[in-house]
Design a protein around this ligand. Structure first.
Ligand code: PMV
Length: 303
């Protein structure tokens, strides 16, 4: 066994298709440069330590994180005791895929520690079990993009497709400061959809069309067209009861600074918005206007 091994899981933003992806429509997501790093090493006993939260957990503890950790260890079979130190560089409950990134980084570090060679796609797929400890019925988009990175189109039961860009995409990410629970938000949307089946079918069809159109806009570098899809999706997220006054005002501020479009990203009910800029300079101006903690993510074009 190596002295220590390092695993990584990226954060993510969902450009289009959150929530409806749980119900079978496609979504477009991008991996973030920042995420979660895990360090695994042999130790006297199994231990999970989440550094920024000051939490130390044993697999037997009564906690979803401990249970998820225990499952990861059980799945790899016979092994020496392992300590995993996790460094989280993402806000939790903010729509940036924090729990999936922890799962992917931890699985990656443990695999490497035990000399198990797995592809990133495999690690991503296995992290779906991890996600189930926190979100009940996750679609799989977060764990997939956390492992693979890049810009992808994801749909349940379909092959993941990478979306090549002809020019870099600059997205501003700003946190509302409000925290929310993905599990509760997913349940809220499911209830609304089941209460109004006709509206649900119409809405899911519309999101499907929006995602396909957005993919064409991405491939063609047509940011105004993409921005229109983002704004429309924000109206749909509002109708699901996922926006808040603070999220709305951040989206409005971004648009008044010239963003092509702005919307909540991820579970909503709090968390982050994303705003689409024309280029890097424009993105920096939008980020300045939004919040001191807002950051710009550049999604590079295909080489
Ligand atoms: O807010 P996050 O990072 O947990 O993202 C959840 C994405 C959803 O579409 C709302 C749920 C899912 O499983 O796809």
């Amino acid at each position: 066994m190596l002295e220590h091994t390092i695993g990584f899981g990226g954060g993510k933003i969902i450009l289009l298709g959150e929530h409806t992806v749980v119900h079978g429509t496609p979504a477009i997501a991008a991996g973030l440069g920042r995420g979660v790093t895990s360090i695994a090493r042999s130790a006297p006993e199994d231990l999970l330590h989440i550094e920024p939260w000051g939490r130390s957990l044993r697999p037997s503890d009564d906690d979803p994180l401990a249970r998820a950790f225990s499952k990861v260890l059980d799945d790899v079979g016979k092994r020496p005791p392992l300590r995993v130190d996790v460094r989280v560089d993402l806000p939790p409950g903010a729509g940036l895929g924090c729990s999936a990134a922890i799962g992917v980084s931890l699985l990656d570090a443990v695999d490497k520690a035990l000399g198990i060679g797995r592809s990133r796609a495999d690690i991503g797929a296995r992290a779906l079990d991890w996600e189930r400890f926190f979100h009940g019925a996750p679609s799989g988009v977060d764990n997939t993009v956390s492992a693979l990175g890049g810009l992808i189109r994801f749909q349940r039961s379909a092959t993941v497709r990478s979306i090549p860009l002809t020019r870099p995409l600059h997205v501003v990410v700003a946190h509302s400061g409000e925290r929310s629970s993905t599990k509760e938000m997913v349940a809220r949307v499911s209830t609304r959809l089941s209460e109004r089946p006709d509206w649900a079918t119409k809405t899911l069809d519309e999101v499907c069309a929006l995602v396909l159109d957005a993919e064409l806009a991405l491939r063609g570098g047509d940011w105004p067209r993409l921005g229109w899809a983002l704004d429309r999706k924000q109206e749909i997220l509002q109708s699901f009861g996922l926006s808040t006054p603070r999220l709305e005002s951040l989206c409005e501020l971004a648009r008044s600074t010239g963003a092509h479009g702005a919307k909540v990203t991820g579970a909503g009910g709090g968390g982050c918005i994303i705003a689409l800029a024309e280029d890097g300079h424009h993105a920096a101006r939008i980020a300045d206007a939004l919040d001191a903690d807002a950051f710009v993510e550049e999604i590079p074009h295909a080489a």
